[in-house]
Design a protein around this ligand. Structure first.
Ligand SMILES: [Zn+2]
Length: 174
């Protein structure tokens, strides 16, 4: 049994709406209160225990539906890089010197959009040039899409490396 440490990433809990869509990230204490009050059900837990036979939840689902107002995320360089975890989407390089690549080059009609902009290292960007990924034989790590809310960035923060792996099943595109 591990001792609960509130500073660890393990102590963060992904809360799903009744519809199974990610709703927010909370700390383990609030999650446990929701479980004890019967307002949520546990879906996943890790190997830490709150007390005997009460595993620390990792993902919980509310038993009632919460209506969430839609908040748009601006298409900015910083947000695209953050979505892509500051990782070149072609070769996996992580670092500070990343550029934005148009998947379909601008010269070929490619737009500035969430689905056409990805993080790319300088050398991949140069190698790709004015080609499509298929022409350049440079496959994308994953299909770029618009993050659905700022919650997405919070989830990315808490799932760095293999942290909170249990969340991945419930979040598209991480
Ligand atoms: Zn690269």
């Amino acid at each position: 049994m591990d001792i609960i440490n509130d500073n660890t990433f393990m102590s963060k809990v992904l809360v799903l709406n009744a519809s199974y869509e990610p709703l927010n990230v909370t700390n383990w204490k609030r999650a446990v209160v929701l479980l004890i009050k019967g307002k949520a059900e546990p879906l996943k837990h890790n190997d830490t225990f709150v007390y005997r036979a009460f595993p620390l939840p990792s993902v919980i689902r509310l038993r009632y539906y919460v209506k969430v107002p839609y908040k748009d995320i601006p298409l900015t360089r910083r947000n695209v890089l953050e979505r892509d975890r500051n990782t070149c989407q072609y070769c996996g390089y992580k670092g500070e010197t990343l550029t934005l690549d148009h998947v379909i080059p601008r010269s070929r009609g490619g737009q500035d959009s969430w689905s056409n902009l990805v993080a790319a290292c300088v050398s991949c960007n140069i190698n790709k040039g004015n080609k499509t990924p298929k022409e350049a034989v440079m496959m994308l790590n994953k299909e770029p899409r618009k993050p659905y809310s700022s919650l997405y960035f919070e989830i990315i923060k808490y799932t760095k490396g293999d942290r909170n792996n249990q969340w991945r099943k419930y979040v598209i595109g991480i």
